[in-house]
Ligand binder design. Structure first.
Ligand SMILES: Cc1cc2nc3c(=O)[nH]c(=O)nc-3n(C[C@H](O)[C@H](O)[C@H](O)COP(=O)(O)OP(=O)(O)OC[C@H]3O[C@@H](n4cnc5c(N)ncnc54)[C@H](O)[C@@H]3O)c2cc1C
Length: 421
């Protein structure tokens, strides 16, 4: 068993063993030489006010910052597998040369300066009955836990993809973003396919923005590209923008193919295979795999694939000291940076209340997004949810240059509020 697979099995169920025995049993097999490392607590026992956060993305960082203000004497520990943060919304900009990645990159030092402990480590299991997480640097006991691990790309649901990751490049992850940029720059022309997974997926307008920006990029460069959007859904997402996207596609001559779920990528023959058995050929493909959540959530019994939480308090339906926010939570909100940031903030209020601090009830969640239709124009979508999580007011508007300007300011403001710059 590989080290990574072993970490994934931690927290799984093995009949007749206690949780701790399960953990020891799995690690004994996997880490015969260095298993003591995985038993050791990373930090001394908590003093009663320790909050552990798994995942330093939009919602995890927002939660940490807000809780720091509400609970000044709490011990806040953020576990993040990557050494720095890169803003997801900028991936698309970078892929077509609108933005530099370094402008969307932040370190975690601003959190450390506020006394939040940020530890670079990958969490492989959650043991809710023991109030413990298990990570590559050791285990850690918590009083309260926030899960904010975002989306996991389920490559395994597309035949041939897990074995052949080089067949594909997409901007839903950082590495794919860098590779897609390279492929776009060197593309000589032909059929381009953007494949969209079934909703829910993070950044619902993202695949359609990608199609529009690729169209513009290749036209400007004088490269002939015949662009198709192959969609698992029956209409472009999010639904309030569906008709507007169709109008944009028609103007740009982008072919839209709804109800086509890609189930296989045959890179050797440059073909996608759909659930209907149709074959779609391509010269350049960007296939966004099904969006699921980290397997540690299912293995710890907290939900499948997303964490089952109350949509107002973000508290787990099974464990009162566990919260989950953002893309990994089963909530009615759009899987977006904007709502993730507010979810993290709101969850911090409810966590502070649960820890005995005084905090007022936060305002309900809303979302604002400015999807690109070209490098110069964006649309507008705004959704306000009611206090109980039901959709309230929704506004959608056609492409405008003003919205394009708002988009740039929107992302800078989010980053500034999370990282101070
Ligand atoms: C191409 C693209 C364009 C987008 N455009 C927009 C947009 O225009 N507007 C908008 O609002 N949103 C947009 N988004 C969506 C937005 O980025 C996400 O919805 C948002 O990042 C979700 O925040 P989160 O905190 O739930 O998860 P993330 O920000 O994904 O953070 C999760 C963190 O958890 C860490 N992690 C995961 N598992 C582990 C583990 N086991 N151990 C340790 N660390 C772990 C990850 O490394 C990551 O840092 C876009 C996303 C992409 C990819």
């Amino acid at each position: 068993m590989k080290r990574r697979d072993a970490l994934k099995t931690i927290g799984g169920t093995i009949a007749g063993l206690t949780v701790a025995e399960k953990f020891i049993g799995n690690t004994k097999e996997a880490f015969a030489d260095d298993k003591s490392k995985y038993h050791k607590e990373m930090l001394p026992a908590p003093g009663g006010k320790r909050v552990v956060i798994i995942g330093g993305g939009f919602s995890g960082v927002s939660f940490a910052n807000t809780l720091r203000e509400l609970a000044p004497d709490a011990e806040i520990i953020l576990l993040e597998r990557y050494p720095f943060f890169v803003s997801g919304p900028s991936h698309i900009d970078y892929s077509v040369g609108i933005k530099r990645l370094e402008d969307a990159t932040r370190s975690y030092y601003s959190l450390r300066e506020k006394g939040i402990k940020v530890i670079k480590t990958e969490v492989g299991g959650i043991l809710p009955e023991e109030n413990k997480v298990v990570a590559s640097k050791g285990s850690l006991t918590y009083n309260h836990l926030l899960i904010s691990t975002g989306i996991r790309m389920a490559d395994e649901e597309i035949l041939q993809l897990s074995e052949n990751p080089a067949y594909n490049a997409h901007t839903w992850e950082l590495e794919g973003t860098i590779e897609l940029r390279r492929r776009i720059e060197t593309f000589k022309g032909g059929k381009v396919v953007v494949s969209v997974p079934s909703a829910p997926f993070k950044c619902p307008p993202g695949p359609y923005e990608t199609a529009c920006l690729l169209d513009e990029f290749f036209k400007k460069k004088g490269v002939t590209a015949d662009i198709s959007v192959v969609d698992s859904n029956d209409k472009p997402q999010p639904p309030p923008l569906a008709q507007k996207w169709l109008t944009v596609f028609e103007k740009k001559n982008i072919k839209y193919m709804p109800n086509n779920k890609v189930v296989e990528i045959d890179g050797a023959n440059k073909q996608l295979v759909t659930d209907k058995g149709d074959k779609i050929t391509y010269d350049l493909v960007t296939l966004i795999p099904p969006n699921k959540a980290s397997t540690i959530i299912k293995e710890s019994g907290l939900g499948d694939p997303f964490v089952d939480v109350d949509p107002i308090t973000f508290k787990s339906k099974k464990f009162g000291n566990i919260f989950a926010t953002g893309d990994c939570a089963k909530v009615p909100y759009t899987k977006s940076a904007y709502t993730a940031m507010y979810q993290g903030k709101n969850a911090a209020y409810y966590a502070a209340i649960a820890m005995g601090y005084s905090a007022k009830e936060p305002a309900p969640i809303h979302n604002i997004c400015y999807p690109y239709t070209s490098a110069a124009e964006s649309m507008l979508i705004r959704v306000d949810w009611e206090k109980d999580g039901k959709v309230g007011k929704t506004a959608a508007d056609d492409p405008k240059t003003d919205y394009r300007d708002s988009r740039s300011a929107w992302e800078s403001t989010l980053l500034k509020s999370l990282f101070g710059s």
